[in-house]
Design a binder for this molecule. Structure first.
Ligand code: PMP
Length: 392
């Protein structure tokens, strides 16, 4: 019965992480997986989160089921974080991290728009296509990254979206685009939202790095502008990176549907959750809720987020300067123009292989570099390695 199972081509990013872990070289550097590390190269425990834990949040007591849609206080806190104040008409449900939010959103949409296709930026996070294809969607791409300029291909994106049928779903990264780090400007967002509005398209925002580009509110600008215009949209939020809670699987899905009956909308989202995993996990959400809903902890967390963002900016600036010195005449301006944890390096497959085999520097095959894996103790080694493979 199970003798013809296809092989699973391991997720390339997680697979590379396994190879990295097995590498005995002490100078190895992991710039593959999308995890924020601090200056000491460690995944941080945020002080705001630690304080909530020490105050007893999530302390062991009886372990009961959460409501299917998550607790009300968590959902309220997340609604304000993502959509700002006065967003009572947005229906928010807790999900199993950002991936779970995308999956619940995909299943919900498949139920209400069974024939719609989804259009994703080219390139995008590889799991996007897997999640939506798995939910039965036809997956298509629209131009996003302009190789020639290393920037956003606004004309390509707009002209592709202009041809779509009304009701088509459009996946968008409001900030810190994964894998390129290239984000539209506000003027470009206006142009995108104009087409979306005119063509009657349905935006599905994936917010995995709110606060890693310019700030918590600044990074939610495109989402809030979409809501302000009265455009229906879905928003998947991940708290893995911005609360450094990767293993707790904390996230949310928000749906703005001005014409929908809110109770029915919530009901359909609950249906999608119930038949997938029944209800979400408790601990991580309790921590996020505690941090967001106390003004003092919220401010402390925002300061910690500012510090993570500032560190990534400094790393980008330093990488830009060091590479400029090592390889004069080449333009590394993209490093400082891009946002968030990732940078699209344009390295070839041979250069990526040489980085790994000769220097122990791990970069995923697309050439995406996770700048949050760099720090003062490894940046010189990485720059020397990059200079060597780029000039060879
Ligand atoms: N969306 C994007 C764009 C991501 O980069 C990630 C994490 N790599 C996710 C969603 C999912 O994050 P998680 O499920 O860990 O919350």
């Amino acid at each position: 019965m199970f003798d013809q199972l296809p092989a699973y081509a391991d997720d390339p990013i997680l697979g590379l992480f396994e190879v990295y872990k097995a590498d005995p070289r002490p100078f190895k550097v992991n710039l593959g997986i999308g995890i924020y590390c601090d200056e000491a190269g460690q995944v941080p425990v945020l002080e705001s989160v630690r304080a909530a834990r020490e105050a007893g949040v999530g302390a062991r007591g009886p372990s009961v089921y959460l409501p299917t849609e998550g607790g009300e206080a968590y959902r309220d806190a997340v609604r304000e974080l993502v959509f700002g104040k006065n967003a009572d008409d947005i229906v928010v449900v807790q999900t199993v991290a950002g991936t779970g939010a995308l999956k619940v959103g995909a299943d919900f949409l498949k139920g209400v728009l069974p024939d719609a296709a989804i259009w994703m930026p080219d390139p995008t996070w590889a799991n996007h296509a897997a999640i939506f294809a798995g939910a039965g969607f036809r997956v298509e791409n629209y131009p996003y990254y302009a190789k020639e300029t290393g920037g956003f291909d606004l004309d390509g994106a707009v002209s592709a979206l202009q041809k779509l049928q009304a009701g088509s779903v459009v996946l968008l990264h409001p900030c810190c685009h994964n894998p390129t780090g290239v984000d539209p400007t506000q003027a470009e967002w206006h142009a995108l939202l104009d087409v979306i509005e005119q063509r009657g398209l349905l935006p599905f925002f994936d917010v995995a790095y709110q606060g890693f580009a310019h700030g918590v509110d600044e990074d939610a600008w495109a989402v809030r502008e979409c809501v302000r215009r009265g455009i229906a949209c879905l928003v998947a939020s991940s708290f893995s990176k911005i609360f450094s809670l990767y293993g707790e699987r904390v996230g949310a899905l928000g749906v703005h549907a001005p014409k929908a009956d809110k109770a029915r909308l919530l009901g359909q989202l609950k249906l999608a959750i119930r038949r997938s995993y029944s209800c979400p996990p408790a601990l991580g959400a309790a921590l996020v809720e505690a941090v967001l809903s106390s003004p003092a902890s919220n401010a402390q967390w925002r300061a910690e987020l500012d510090a993570m963002r500032g560190r990534m900016r400094e790393v980008r600036t330093s990488l830009h300067r060091k590479l400029g010195e090592a390889l004069p005449g080449r333009d590394f301006g993209f490093l400082v123009a891009q946002n968030g944890m990732f940078s699209y390096s344009g390295l070839s497959a041979a250069q990526i292989e040489a980085l790994r085999s000769r220097f122990g520097v791990y970069v995923v095959s697309s050439g995406r570099i996770c700048v949050a894996g760099l720090n003062a103790s490894n940046i010189s080694h990485v720059c020397e390695a990059l200079a060597e493979v780029c000039s060879g």
